[in-house]
Design a protein. Structure first.
Length: 258
């Protein structure tokens, strides 16, 4: 029998996960609405307010898990809201940057890390392809495993490709969190596509992965360069007659029992 785990969408790609006895904050973007720079110069980031009180987001945390340090995943206010001694896991490329913000317990995950009964496996991918992919630099994902718990794969800002398929084959996750806002930079995206999955890419993922995997779609409706909204994703899923028990699209603040 699987033990209880929960995933709560805070906003954008920020998640609060309770798993294997640990409370984990993923990719914290905690700034107030409209206080960060815009990606396209249209709307200031974030585009929406937090719907959760800050204490519900940050209290009783055991660790932070950062896929990469772009401003919509780690903003300047994080150092104001989190204790400097909190355990902070990053990809190797980001460790020094986080330490420069005063966090004292920062650990880079090269391959995997164990915290009690929880195992965290770092995965890699591409934050876009071609020139824009190179500009976006390194990005990671993480697979969470623990005996008796469903396997959870947090893809991060990774595009759908063979390498991600191989990760899924290796870990056989029960759940995949997919950042599917379809973010673009027009100058490059006309030829090289979006830098994270869009609604069409999610449909391919659903078609090309085992049916037992449930997708949790996040990273929508919070930035101006994100072209895929929740409404667009639902419409695409309706067109393709997707079983919505297999594609969960949580609202901000919504909690999912894994």
């Amino acid at each position: 029998m699987e033990k209880k785990a929960t995933l709560r969408l805070v906003r954008n790609a920020t998640l609060r996960i309770s798993y294997a006895g640990k409370n984990i904050l993923v990719d914290p973007m905690l700034a107030e609405k409209g206080t960060l720079q815009s990606a396209l110069g249209v709307y200031k980031t974030p585009r929406v307010h937090l719907v959760m009180p800050m204490n519900e987001i940050v209290e009783d945390l055991d660790m932070v898990l950062l896929t990469h340090n772009h401003i919509d995943h780690y903003d300047p206010t994080v150092k104001q809201h989190l204790p400097k001694g909190i355990r902070f896991f990053t990809q190797p490329q980001d460790k020094e940057i986080i330490m420069q913000d005063g966090f004292m317990n920062v650990e880079a995950i090269e391959d995997s890390k164990s915290v009690g009964s929880l195992s965290i496996h770092r995965t890699t991918g591409h934050h876009g392809f071609g020139q824009i992919g190179e500009m976006m630099r390194a990005v990671s994902g993480y697979v969470l495993t623990a005996e008796g718990y469903p396997t959870l794969y947090i893809m991060g800002d990774c595009k759908w490709e063979k390498g991600i398929q191989h990760t899924i084959e290796k870990y056989n996750p029960d759940y995949i969190v997919v950042n599917c806002g379809g973010a673009i930079f027009p100058e490059f995206s006309k030829t090289e596509g979006s830098i994270i999955p869009d609604e069409q890419e999610v449909m391919r993922m659903l078609d090309e992965t085992p049916e037992h995997i449930t997708f949790i779609a996040v990273h929508m409706d919070a930035t101006d360069h994100g072209q895929t909204s929740r409404a667009i994703l639902r419409n695409e899923a309706l067109h393709y007659k997707i079983d919505m028990k297999r594609l969960l699209i949580p609202e901000d603040g919504e909690c999912i029992q894994l």
